[in-house]
Design a protein around this ligand. Structure first.
Ligand SMILES: Nc1ncnc2c1ncn2[C@@H]1O[C@H](COP(=O)(O)OP(=O)(O)OP(=O)(O)O)[C@@H](O)[C@H]1O
Length: 237
């Protein structure tokens, strides 16, 4: 059982406040969603949890504080991050992208085999440039790379954007499977639609703050729609 605790997290860019005192908890075996419109602060929040964006506050896993750790150290503590926008080396092959990921994480080359087993298409395309893969294959490569270290806490930032429905369905099933395997999965999405069936609980984020907490996907979806002015009920904590 893994518990991620985030307390009073704040991120500023100069005088602009992107994350304004966010606290939440996520546990293993569940998919926790952070939903909110563009600019709500979801990516900044995930970056600060992962350690790639500077923030203040407290991030801990099973009571073990990681605040003083770099992103690389947090990876070794069991964090993995799939950032928005598929940050791949487009002029390197699939295999090279995985090798760079394995090297950075201090993993042996045979860790790459696990990515090929999870995503057989990556083995077929091992020698292709990442830049010539389809959007879905690229996202599988990003995910395969993130999963090389068998993370305890997995942060997925808008991973469904722009993908074909068939790929969305495959990745949604994978997200559910990872949670069932015991991973603490966090997803950030502008709306819940594509992931709703695998999300167990979540938070509505707006202008850097959590404005609603729900413990099931339907009421989270309703709270999000209400916060966007799409429904008429009241959002409460
Ligand atoms: N590097 C940066 N420098 C300055 N401001 C930034 C930077 N990154 C994000 N911001 C601002 O911080 C706020 C939150 O952005 P963030 O990307 O975290 O939100 P988001 O909910 O992930 O939105 P999106 O879905 O558009 O990525 C926005 O106002 C954004 O313009």
């Amino acid at each position: 059982m893994t518990t991620l605790d985030v307390k009073d997290l704040r991120v500023r860019y100069g005088s602009a406040v992107a994350v304004d005192g966010v606290s939440f908890t996520a546990t293993s075996g569940t998919v926790t969603a952070i939903v909110g419109p563009n600019g709500a602060g979801k990516s900044s929040l995930f970056g600060a949890v992962y350690g790639s964006v500077r923030g203040t506050g407290e991030v801990s896993v099973d009571g073990h504080c990681v605040d003083s750790m770099s992103a690389l150290q947090r990876v070794r503590e069991g964090f993995a991050y799939v950032p928005q926008g598929r940050q791949l080396f487009m002029k390197m092959s699939v295999l090279e992208n995985l090798q760079v990921g394995a090297d950075l994480q201090g993993l042996k080359k045979d860790a790459i085999e696990s990515a090929f087993e999870r995503f057989p298409v990556l083995r077929e395309r091992a020698r292709s440039y990442a830049g010539v893969l389809s959007g879905g294959e690229q996202q599988m490569l990003v995910l395969g790379r993130a999963l090389l270290s068998t993370p305890k806490v997995l942060l997925l930032d808008e991973m469904m954007t722009g993908l074909a429905p068939k790929i969305v369905a495959e990745l949604r099933a994978l997200v559910g499977d990872l949670a069932a395997e015991g991973v603490t999965v966090l997803v950030a999405e502008p709306a819940l639609a594509t992931l709703k069936s695998v999300v167990q609980r979540g938070y509505v984020m707006q202008r850097g703050r959590i404005i609603g907490t729900r413990s099931d996907a339907d009421s989270l979806d309703a709270a999000y729609k209400q916060s966007m002015g799409l429904l008429e009920t009241t959002v409460g904590k």
